[in-house]
Design a protein around this ligand. Structure first.
Ligand SMILES: *Cc1c(COP(=O)(O)O)cnc(C)c1O
Length: 351
């Protein structure tokens, strides 16, 4: 691995971050707070929230078995993705490598930051070799993005491939584990100690059922986390979000139960869909959604819309011709999809 200083943009490496009133005061004795120009009314919403979210990170750290210094919290994973570009990629000079197809935000953030985005096509099993990924890199490649389970394909990427990239790549590997809670594969968080070039992304938006609060997590070495903390907005996680996340963490047994239920329901949902004639294939899924190839994705998508059912049309995405991406919902919601598709099929067969 290159040194972190070599990987970081020089202006970011030397940046002196904004120091807020809450940063500068960290004693415990005071009871009069007249340092931040807050209103004394409307407690507790009058006070700025903890800029480093220490209580919440302690709780997350305990659950994930990592130190507080290895956790960055962002306004969704999307904030962490954007900050990684801003910290490490010099616009118009550096580049990043990612698999194709994958989550769309990596490319959007690359474009916003004027950073070259290099795609490497997955094979027909939606896998890739380390050699193929590394062949797309050069001395200006700062980040490789891998998403496992991958969106929109739904499958875990090979663990051996990820380890090989970690061993051989001299930049940072960003491993997006947004759907890892649904997978049988262990998170790579436990390998952070062995790989200083690893950044793992997770989120409260999927299994934790809290997309509305916008809370994403990045786990990495304390040195990498320090850089992200330097460039984030001072109060990027609001108090209501921190509070809700704490409550969800207290309910983690309930989340485990939701995950188990959704995984069982996914199997039933898939089995029912496979009985319908316009369904050609359902790709193996390690997530809470699956990619389904049908006879005519655009026609079926529009048919669903006309029946008030919204799925994701992935027909125009690489390797996803005639594919719909369907999230596993409540049983009655999934049954609506099954009924509508049966009706569509009957109509088509009659023609
Ligand atoms: C949904 C999703 C996320 C979550 O993003 P948030 O900003 O945390 O809501 C991250 N990565 C992937 C691949 C996703 O599909």
């Amino acid at each position: 691995m290159k040194t972190l200083q070599e990987l970081t943009r020089p202006n970011i490496w030397s940046l002196k971050p904004y120091s807020s009133a809450r940063d500068e005061y960290n004693g415990v004795e005071a009871s009069v707070f007249l340092d931040a120009n807050e209103s004394p009314y409307n407690s507790p919403h009058n006070r700025y929230p903890d800029p480093l979210q220490i209580d919440l990170k302690k709780k997350i750290g305990k659950l994930k078995d990592v130190d507080v210094e290895q956790i960055f919290l962002g306004n969704g994973s999307d904030e962490a993705i954007d900050l990684l570009f801003r910290a490490f990629c010099e616009p118009r000079i550096d580049n990043v490598v990612a698999i194709d197809p994958t989550y769309g935000m990596y490319k959007v953030c690359a474009d916003v930051n004027n950073v070259e985005y290099r795609k490497v096509l997955l094979d027909d099993q939606f896998q890739i070799t380390a050699d193929k990924l590394l062949a797309a890199t050069d001395e200006h490649t700062k980040l490789i993005f891998l998403c496992s389970p991958n969106n929109p394909t739904g499958n875990d990427l090979s663990k051996e491939m990820i380890l090989e990239v970690l061993d051989k790549f001299d930049g940072l590997l960003i491993l997006d584990e947004a759907y890892n809670d649904f997978s049988e594969t262990d998170s790579f968080i436990s390998r952070l100690k062995d790989y200083p070039n690893l950044v793992v992304l997770q989120t409260f938006s999927k299994a934790w059922a809290s997309a509305a609060i916008r809370l994403g997590m990045a786990f990495a070495s304390p040195e990498i986390i320090h850089i992200l903390n330097k460039i984030k907005y001072p109060y990027n996680i609001n108090m209501l979000t921190q509070k809700h996340a704490m409550e969800m963490l207290h309910r983690h047994y309930e989340i485990d139960h939701w995950v188990k239920t959704l995984k069982e329901e996914k199997l039933r949902f898939e089995a029912e869909l496979l009985k319908i004639s316009c369904v050609e294939h359902i790709y193996p899924s390690d997530a809470n959604f699956f990619l389904m190839r049908v006879t005519d994705a655009v026609k079926i998508y529009n048919y669903f819309v006309s029946h008030g059912i919204i799925v994701r049309n992935r027909h125009n995405i690489s390797l996803c011709m005639n594919c719909l991406r369907i999230t596993v919902g409540m049983r009655n919601e999934n049954n609506s999809v099954i009924s509508a598709l049966k009706e569509f099929s009957k109509m088509e067969d009659a023609q």
